[in-house]
Design a protein. Structure first.
Length: 503
């Protein structure tokens, strides 16, 4: 983005149109780049003097200054000094007190005394040159970012100019070939939005500006600007924005012909809308549950509007999907819109509601499952709600299984059998197995148990006994030992010995 003083816009016809650079400005961009490259190894002050000369020659000094701003922002500068500048000042000022500096000759004596107080071969000129070497104007240009070409610099300028024009936007209306990616970026930036279906079958995302909250803030305006990078990265898009131009509302229109994204990743790819969502997702994903969490999964119909839930939980053993929405504290108008969406959608959602909003009962009255929270969403409350639903799903999948199952394998784990059947382990456990015995979490034919029992004997080392069980295709050795009347007598870190339980 550019600073506001570098904004170039046309207000012709009541509009608010940025004055973009074009291919004809690439020679000027090349001169700006050449000025930087020609001053590598020189102080910033010399660079800026040359840029000022270039501004005087150009038709529009703001264009030169804007191009230079982008290059300088990416350039590498460093403090070059024989002595650390802070140390040089501290020692020099102390020496000046000792000498009692009044005139130039005494100043030279103070600098000479200061140089003597530094270890090594430090001269008077070194101390003097180092005194203020850390001022910005004295910093030395080390390198210019290699990514810049005249063409890419012009493209970045146009994007930055458009972003700056959006600083004072109060509303944005966006059509994009990637509405889901757009909504994801919008939510992660904490913007208020609505997704509106259009008559032509498309969708328009309406971003509400800060006036809909409390007051106009620059921080909120820069979020609009950051959204533009994501918008412009899609194949086909259109932006219409209402801009507060010093008290006058003006229309800003942008499209692919105006702005492109020059070889850079969108800066809007923030992980989550809020710390509440980030914390919840991290804690939920650390659990070993039969539900998979996905972020902003679908666009749901909500009357004449659309909504994008924050999360979805997909049941690992079926097609069940539970949408999850976290309703934080915004304005009363925002909460009313959210309630209207929940009322209009045909999907039943699990909704976490900030307790301070006092709308938990209103959400429940719309037949949605409600979890109230204060500060952060308790994962346990969400898991409990999913467990209630899971119990019904397990019962349904168990009812779809036959009363008896006879796997072909001599030994098979309940997990493997459940996976083959596409159901949970809990559902499989409700079935009987006439040809197998359940040993731990494994189904084993009695003949296999007899064969293992014949090969086992007290006194075998633990590793030898486990090898016997493994040879018969059973992995849960401990459960087999217990079933056949054995235990392992541990011998510290050296392992253990198989013993009969009666011993």
């Amino acid at each position: 983005m550019l600073t506001k003083d570098l904004l170039r816009v046309s207000r012709a016809g009541g509009g608010y149109q940025p004055q973009f650079a074009d291919g004809g400005d690439e020679p000027l961009a090349a001169r700006v780049l050449g000025t930087f490259q020609g001053h590598v190894g020189e102080e910033r002050s010399a660079l800026r003097e040359s840029l000022t000369d270039l501004e005087r020659e150009a038709e529009d000094f703001k264009l030169v200054r804007g191009l230079a701003h982008l290059v300088e922002r990416d350039a590498e500068f460093a403090v070059e000094a024989a002595v650390d500048p802070e140390s040089a000042r501290r020692v020099a000022f102390a020496a000046a007190e000792d000498v009692g500096v009044v005139h130039g000759g005494e100043r030279e004596r103070a600098l000479s005394l200061a140089a003597e107080r530094f270890p090594g071969d430090v001269g008077v000129d070194d101390v003097e040159a180092s005194l203020y070497a850390d001022r910005e104007s004295r910093e030395v240009l080390q390198a210019v970012a290699a990514r810049w070409t005249p063409e890419s610099l012009v493209a970045q300028y146009n994007l930055s100019l458009a972003q700056t024009a959006l600083f004072d936007a109060t509303e944005m209306r966006v059509r994009s070939s990637d509405p889901r990616g757009l909504v994801s970026a919008v939510k992660r930036l904490g913007l208020l939005y609505e997704v509106v279906p259009l008559d032509d079958g498309g969708r328009e995302v309406v971003l509400t500006g800060p006036d809909a909250l409390f007051r106009h803030t620059r921080r909120y305006g820069t979020r609009f600007a950051r959204v533009l990078r994501t918008v412009a990265a899609s194949d086909d898009w259109r932006v219409e924005a209402t801009v507060d131009d010093r008290g006058t509302e003006r229309l800003l229109e942008l499209g692919p012909a105006d702005v492109s994204v020059p070889d850079a990743d969108p800066v809007t790819e923030v992980d989550f809308d809020s710390g509440v969502e980030r914390e919840f997702a991290a804690r939920f994903q650390s659990l070993d549950l039969d539900w998979t969490l996905s972020r902003e999964p679908d666009v749901l119909a909500a009357g004449d509007r659309l909504m994008v839930p924050d999360f979805a939980f997909d049941y690992d053993y079926g097609s069940e999907r539970v949408y999850f929405e976290i309703v934080g504290f915004w304005t009363p108008e925002y909460v009313e819109k959210k309630l209207a969406q929940l009322d209009a959608t045909d999907e039943v959602l699990l909704v976490a509601v900030d307790r301070d909003l006092g709308v938990g009962e209103d959400v429940a009255a719309r037949d949605h499952r409600v979890v109230e929270y204060a500060g952060s969403v308790r994962v346990k409350d969400v898991v409990d709600a999913l467990r209630d639903l899971e119990a019904d799903l397990v019962a349904e999948s168990a009812a779809a299984l036959p009363d008896e199952l006879a796997p072909e394998a001599d030994a098979v784990t309940l997990e493997a059998l459940a996976e083959r059947r596409g159901v949970s382990e809990d559902a499989v456990e409700a079935v009987s197995f006439p040809e197998h015995e359940v040993v731990g979490r494994t189904l084993v034919r009695p003949a296999v148990l007899d064969a293992i029992d014949a090969d086992l004997e007290a006194g075998l080392s633990r590793s030898e006994a486990e090898a016997v069980v493994a040879e018969h295709g059973v992995g849960d050795a401990s459960a087999v030992f217990s079933r056949l009347g054995y235990r392992v007598e541990w011998d510290g870190l050296s392992g253990g010995t198989l013993r009969e339980k009666a011993e």
